[in-house]
Design a protein. Structure first.
Length: 316
C-alpha cells in the first residue's frame, strides 16, 4: 500500500554520478557556463535597449529571447552547482515545483518567441510593402503580450493540475525538476494530466513547427524567385540562423518529453537531452544571433568599445 508523502519531505534528484576528483572541476565548469550565459544574454539585451537603430520589430521580438533564456538558465544552474559542491541532491517539494514552473515557462516561451520571429521575417521578405502596417507598434505589442499570456496560462494550468495530487514517492527521475518527473511521484489516476500534457505538446511544439514550415517555405520560394543576390543571401543567412536555433530546442524538447511516456526509453538519453534543452539554447542563442545578425553585432561591438573607452578615461 502506498502512503502519502508530506510536502515537508525532501525529494531526491537523480544522482550526478561525480567522483570526488571531479566535484570541483564540475562546479567550476557549471558556474562559468552560467556566468557566460548571463553575460552574453545581458549583452544582447543591453545592445538592443541602448541602440535606437535596433528599435525595430525584429529586434524587439529578439529582446524577449534572452529574457526567456536567462529565466531557464537561472532555474537550472544555481541549484545544479549548489548540489555539485555540497553533494546534496535533496530538494524540497515547493522548490522543485518552482524550478519545474520556470523551466517550462522558458521552454514554451522560446518556442513561441521563435515562431513570432519567423512570422516577422516572413512578412519582411514576402510582404515588404505591407511590413510597417502589419508589424506596427500596436500589433507588435499585441504579439508580445499574447506570447507571455499564453505561456503563463499553459504552464500555470499544468502546475495547478499537478498540485491536486498527493505524492507517494520521493525520487525525481531526472537531473532537474519538470512536470513529467513530478507526475511520476503520484500513485493516483493522472489521466487528465496526461491528456493535457499531450495537448500542450501538440499546441506548443506542433503550432510553432507548422508556423516555421509555412513561413520558411514561403521565404524560400520568394528568395528563389528574387533577382537580387544580396537580398537573397541575407534572407537565407538570417533564416538559416533562426532555423538552427529552433531545431535544437524543438527536437531535444520533443524527444525528452515523449520519452517519459515510454518505459523502454533509455533514461540516460532522456536525461542528456533534457539537460541540453536548458543549456544549449541559452548558451548558443546570444552567440548565434550576435555573430550572424550584422546590425546586432555592430551595436554590440560599439557598445563594448564605448564602455571600454569610458573606463580608460576614468581617473584611477
Amino acid at each position: 500500500m502506498y502512503t502519502n508523502v508530506s510536502s515537508a519531505v525532501l525529494l531526491r534528484l537523480e544522482t550526478l554520478g561525480l567522483s570526488e576528483a571531479n566535484i570541483y572541476p564540475a562546479f567550476l565548469f557549471g558556474t562559468l557556463t552560467y556566468l557566460v550565459i548571463m553575460f552574453c544574454n545581458l549583452l544582447v539585451l543591453t545592445a538592443i535597449a541602448v541602440s535606437k537603430k535596433l528599435h525595430k520589430p525584429m529586434f524587439i521580438l529578439l529582446f524577449n529571447l534572452p529574457v526567456s533564456d536567462m529565466v531557464g538558465a537561472t532555474a537550472f544552474f544555481p541549484q545544479l552547482v549548489s548540489s555539485i559542491v555540497t553533494q546534496n541532491r535533496l530538494i524540497s517539494y515547493p522548490a522543485c515545483v518552482t524550478q519545474a514552473f520556470w523551466i517550462h515557462v522558458y521552454g514554451t516561451g522560446n518556442l513561441l518567441i521563435l515562431s513570432a520571429m519567423a512570422y516577422d521575417r516572413y512578412i519582411a521578405i514576402c510582404c515588404p510593402l505591407r511590413y510597417n502596417a502589419i508589424m506596427s507598434p500596436r500589433n507588435l505589442n499585441r504579439i508580445i503580450v499574447s506570447i507571455w499570456l499564453l505561456n503563463f496560462s499553459i504552464i500555470v494550468t499544468l502546475i495547478l493540475l499537478l498540485a491536486r495530487f498527493k505524492r507517494c514517492r520521493t525520487n525525481i527521475v531526472d537531473l532537474y525538476c519538470n512536470n513529467p518527473s513530478l507526475l511520476k511521484l503520484v500513485c493516483e489516476d493522472t489521466s487528465v494530466n496526461n491528456y493535457y500534457g499531450l495537448a500542450t505538446i501538440f499546441l506548443v511544439q506542433g503550432g510553432p513547427l507548422l508556423i516555421i514550415i509555412y513561413t520558411y517555405a514561403q521565404i524560400l520560394r520568394t528568395c528563389v524567385m528574387t533577382n537580387q543576390p544580396d537580398a537573397r543571401r541575407k534572407a537565407i543567412q538570417t533564416c538559416g540562423t533562426h532555423l538552427v536555433v529552433f531545431l535544437i530546442l524543438q527536437v531535444n524538447t520533443v524527444v525528452s518529453l515523449i520519452s517519459h511516456r515510454f518505459e523502454s526509453a533509455s533514461p540516460y538519453v532522456r536525461r542528456v537531452l533534457g539537460v541540453t534543452v536548458v543549456i544549449f539554447p541559452p548558451f548558443l542563442d546570444p552567440i548565434i544571433y550576435g555573430l550572424k545578425t550584422t546590425e546586432l553585432k555592430r551595436s554590440i561591438i560599439m557598445f563594448l568599445k564605448r564602455n571600454v573607452s569610458s573606463t580608460k578615461m576614468c581617473p584611477a
